[in-house]
Design a binder for this molecule. Structure first.
Ligand code: BGP
Length: 483
């Protein structure tokens, strides 16, 4: 078996890591605007979450600097997207995942009418994608909730944010629904407990009571909002599809000691909780009990359980970068992963940032998810962040990136051969952009190099890396020729 003829190939971006133009076109402040680049840090440090305070947020917003706030400038995708889309089309993309910045449409999140300049930008972007035969796959919330809501009431902790998000989503479906048929509600919705401000607009120091309770309260509100906009989409555009998205942090027991197995099982329970709710339609009983043992109660309101049950998503999407091990031994060596720390797997290589490279883990993850839910899957993030060198001739030789993708595509295709329904694949990220966790651009993911350094110096010129041509060939042969 090979990949179906309808399989979608492309790449994934996020508004807050690519657009830049942070104060253009009427855009309001988002939590990503205060992400500060910390130079000269051991790259494995970047996975460690540092909580912002009202003071640090206020100081950041009083500072116009764009050098040390790289997400404010991104790679200027806001102005340069026609050139970038042309490069994606040259590779043969049939899908591109992007996100809509909530504060381009509703600068504080509370306006009653949308900002028309923001509408115009996204209408132009999606129209151009369609002209190039590239299907938009659009994330409504990707790590950029309105900063005004964070400062006002910790954003998603407040149940009123559901209605604000519904208004934002309705505008997106009304104004872009004829161009966009594939949607994701929340990027890595499970991440809120690892980075409350980035995902939930939660300023930890202002939280009354436990931060864990605040995170699960906010997460519940996001679940309700996700089910509500899924219902809305199906009413407005019956042919369109809504997906959920999880950080597929597959965990292996470090040893076959029963305690390691049990600890891994407990980790998996919380890993799958979000997809159990969004795709399965209910909180599993054992997950609720595990949360209750940590003092966490889910604030169900009248009608929430029915809404979740009656409006599950149409497909499940995942980011996949690496896997982790789990051990009850407190002295087991740990290593960073995607916004997490885990036990180091002695059988796997690590990137400079400590992420452990595991192509077989992708097959295991796809099969686990398909076995558990039986819904179509979509890989919406996968890639390798590495330093790339520009040769004197302006070339970028990146065999390590080709090797990473080749190994992961082999395992992806093996999972499809076993019967997994896989809708498509979008690499993270097809062009060098700003890292979510480190705010570096030097942690490069792209098939396309961007001539900027971590302090924003450079021409911004785009250059095709060796992997550009390799991926072009993979797409042209629908995965048959992996070189
Ligand atoms: C995921 C995010 C993406 C992207 C990716 C790579 O968690 O959804 O936005 O950033 O991680 O991680 P990083 O950019 O930190 O290297």
């Amino acid at each position: 078996m090979a990949l179906s003829d309808s399989f979608l190939w492309g790449g994934a971006l996020a508004a807050n890591q690519a657009e830049g133009a942070w104060r253009e076109g009427g855009r309001g402040p988002a939590v990503s605007d205060i992400a500060k680049y910390r130079p000269n840090v051991d790259p494995r440090e970047y996975a460690i979450h540092h909580a912002h305070t009202v003071e640090s947020i206020t100081a950041a917003m009083a500072d116009d600097d764009e050098t040390y706030y790289p997400k404010r400038r991104g790679i200027d995708f806001y102005h340069r997207y026609p050139e970038d889309l042309a490069l994606f089309a040259e590779m043969g993309f049939t899908v591109l995942r992007v996100s809509i910045a909530w504060t381009r449409l509703y600068p504080t999140g509370e306006e009653t009418e949308p900002n028309e300049e923001g509408i115009a930008f996204y209408e132009g972007l999606f129209t151009q994608m369609r002209r190039l035969g590239i299907e938009p796959l659009v994330t409504l919330s990707h790590y950029d909730p309105p900063l005004a809501l964070a400062l006002k009431n910790n954003c998603w902790v407040d149940r009123g944010t559901i209605a604000l998000f519904e208004r934002f989503a309705r505008t997106c479906f009304e104004r872009f629904g004829h161009l966009v048929k594939l949607w994701l509600s929340f990027n890595e919705i499970d991440g809120i407990v690892r980075h409350p401000l980035t995902s939930g607009g939660i300023i930890e120091e202002t939280v009354e009571g436990s931060i864990l309770q605040a995170c699960y309260t906010a997460l519940h509100h996001q679940f309700v909002a996700s089910a509500s906009v899924t219902r809305m989409l199906h009413e407005m555009w019956p042919e369109s599809q809504m997906g959920c998205m999880l950080t597929m942090l597959k965990t292996y027991p470090l040893t076959c000691h029963p305690d390691d197995i049990a600890a891994t099982q407990a980790k998996d329970r919380l890993l799958y909780l979000c997809t159990d709710v969004q795709a399965g339609g209910a909180y599993p009983r054992l997950a609720l009990n595990a949360l209750a043992r940590q003092g966490v109660e889910i604030p169900f309101a009248e009608g929430d359980a029915e809404l979740l049950r009656e409006h599950p998503v149409d497909f499940i999407s995942l980011s996949y970068y690496m896997t982790l091990a789990e051990s009850v031994d407190p002295d087991a060596e740990r290593t960073p992963g995607n916004t997490v720390l885990g036990v180091k797997n002695p059988y796997l290589e690590s990137s400079e940032w400590g992420w452990q490279i595991d192509p077989v883990g992708l097959r295991i993850s796809l099969i686990d998810l398909y076995d558990r839910y039986g819904k179509p899957l979509f890989i919406v993030e996968n890639g390798l962040g590495m330093r790339d060198e520009l040769t004197a001739e302006g070339r970028i030789h990146d065999p390590y990136r080709i090797d990473y993708f080749r190994a992961h595509f082999r395992e992806m295709i093996r999972a499809v051969d076993e019967g997994v329904e896989l809708m498509g694949y979008t690499s993270w990220a097809p062009i060098d952009i700003i890292s979510a966790s480190s705010s570096q651009i030097s942690k490069r993911y792209g098939f396309i190099h961007v001539d900027l350094d971590d302090l924003g110096r450079g021409s911004g010129e785009r250059r095709r890396k060796d992997s550009f041509w390799w991926y072009q060939r993979v797409i042209a042969t629908n995965g048959a020729d992996l070189g």
